[in-house]
Design a protein around this ligand. Structure first.
Ligand SMILES: *Cc1c(COP(=O)(O)O)cnc(C)c1O
Length: 241
């Protein structure tokens, strides 16, 4: 199948999941998780209708920016972000999904201040409490949301989560429900200050329809668009395809 067909298929699945949940499909953004893809593949995905690309690794982000691969689409940073790499990302992406500590939040605010911009961010929540993963606890998300509201150069747009890989339909629904509730609660509690909260980023190839049923406004999809990836850590893959 061509990328065009994969994109159409995923878009149709998003529309069907939205309709089943009584939601307007236009509320849901499809973010293509482009890790390990080449400039050429990214361009083909954008030509096929992808409007948002999500990058995991700073190195790949910079290489694709250099190659002008994202032309015609927005870029988001969806991977773990180290504080010492903040300078390389702030101002270059429309949204950083993975803010999970005060240190990272402050570093982003400082860098955005230097550039004279306001950086849009999401707080990443480790909703399943997995030790191996980034993200803050739901409890901590409250503090970080309040701290973000005090940052002059950061705008909190919402929350993001990466639950465990789903092997069966429905498996992650309770995590998605918890995320949705946390999102609604934080948004409500922070009031007018946080009227900028409009994004709940959750759902991947294995579970995006469940995420949509539970209120996701952005789904991050890789495999269902681009096919299986080589095992992580091997080919650095930029330009390898
Ligand atoms: C790779 C990745 C995705 C997409 O995963 P698939 O299962 O391939 O759809 C989504 N979010 C993040 C943060 C990722 O790293």
């Amino acid at each position: 199948m061509s990328i065009q067909e994969h994109v159409s298929q995923v878009q149709a699945a998003i529309a069907a999941a939205a309709a089943a949940a009584g939601r307007d499909p236009r509320e849901i953004t499809l973010c293509a998780a482009t890790k390990v893809q080449s400039d050429e593949t990214i361009r083909a995905a954008i030509a096929a209708g992808i409007t948002v690309c999500g990058e995991n690794r700073v190195q790949e982000l910079l290489a694709h920016l250099e190659g002008d691969a994202y032309h015609g689409a927005q870029v988001h940073f969806i991977g773990h972000l180290q504080t010492n790499k903040v300078k390389q990302v702030v101002g270059k992406v429309a949204l950083i999904h993975s803010v999970d500590s005060q240190r990272l939040l402050q570093a982003i605010d400082t860098q955005a201040g230097k550039l004279g911009i306001c950086q849009d961010i999401l707080l990443e929540v480790n909703i399943a409490g997995e030790e191996s993963k980034g993200g803050c606890t739901p409890q901590r998300a409250w503090d970080l949301a309040a701290e973000a509201a005090e940052c002059a150069h950061v705008r909190l747009r919402g929350l993001m989560a990466i639950p465990p890989a789903a092997h069966h339909p429905g498996e992650n629904r309770r995590f998605f429900q918890e995320m949705r509730q946390l999102y609604v609660d934080i948004k409500g509690k922070l009031g007018d200050n946080q009227s900028s909260m409009d994004c709940l980023s959750m759902g991947m190839s294995g579970d995006f329809t469940d995420a949509i049923a539970e209120g996701a406004t952005l789904v991050r999809v890789g495999t269902a668009l681009f096919g299986p990836r080589p095992p992580m850590g091997h080919s650095s893959a930029v330009g390898a395809l």
